[in-house]
Design a binder for this molecule. Sequence first.
Ligand SMILES: O=C(O)CCC(=O)C(=O)O
Length: 284
Amino acid sequence: MTVLQTAGTAPLPGPTRDLEQAFADLERWGYAVVLDAMSPATVATLRARVIEQAAGEDARGVGFHDGKANQRIWMLPNKGRVFRDLMLDPLVETMMGRLLGKDFLLSSLTANIARPGGVPMYLHADQGYVDFWTPRPLVANIAWMLDDFTDANGGTRLVPGSHRDPERRDYDPGETIAAEGPAGAALIFDGRLIHGTGANRTESQHRHAILSNHCRPFVRQQENYFLGLDPAIRRSERGEFLRRLGFWIWAGLGRTNTPGEKGPLEPLAAPLGALDGEGGPLPG
Ligand SMILES: O=C(O)CCC(=O)C(=O)O
């Protein structure tokens, strides 16, 4: 039985500053738009950093382009302290903690620039790799709006209520609506919700967004921070940040030695190997 409720049968949620309203919208519709999630100064700093990084990756010949117009920037934890600071914003802990439990992890941190001429992204659910329906989300996301999101400039397309569809049927672009909100707002959505970047039909508006994808602590992350995080950043970053990336044991998961290990994980300088009965090393 499909429990999807569409725009025709009840009013869809509008942007809000009230976090309790946002949680109610998430429960009912699978998404919420929270106003003033970032200050204008933070938006300006993040936006400038995204634009500069995008140009730099193109100049190096490593820019990642989704189709002709859109550009993705991956692995933002390596690409500026402003991105890492954003992940420690209390809004992340409040929203993701309630949706995914307090020990949630950052799964990926990316930017998406939807440029004029960009075509719609395929519709998907971010926890689509889980091959069964889950009664609660295993994944949840925040699209941080660095520009106004509109129907015309590629505002994320969503199927309201699709997070409550246990049949997980295929959805048609005609069933989507555009998530709209002013720069500085955050679109928060359930990992079971069907969505995708919209087509940017404007002449000249570039739609910049940062996407932070979060997961429960027993889910494999999209970005492998253990191999991919710059070691200098790992050495200097705040424990709170490293914990969010998974450099911590959770319920005995992620250990490098005994399940009783505590505190931030470090690469093992001298992993304990094969021993003879006297405690001497045996060839591996
Ligand atoms: O940029 C957007 O609007 C959404 C991107 C998206 O759907 C994704 O990264 O899964």
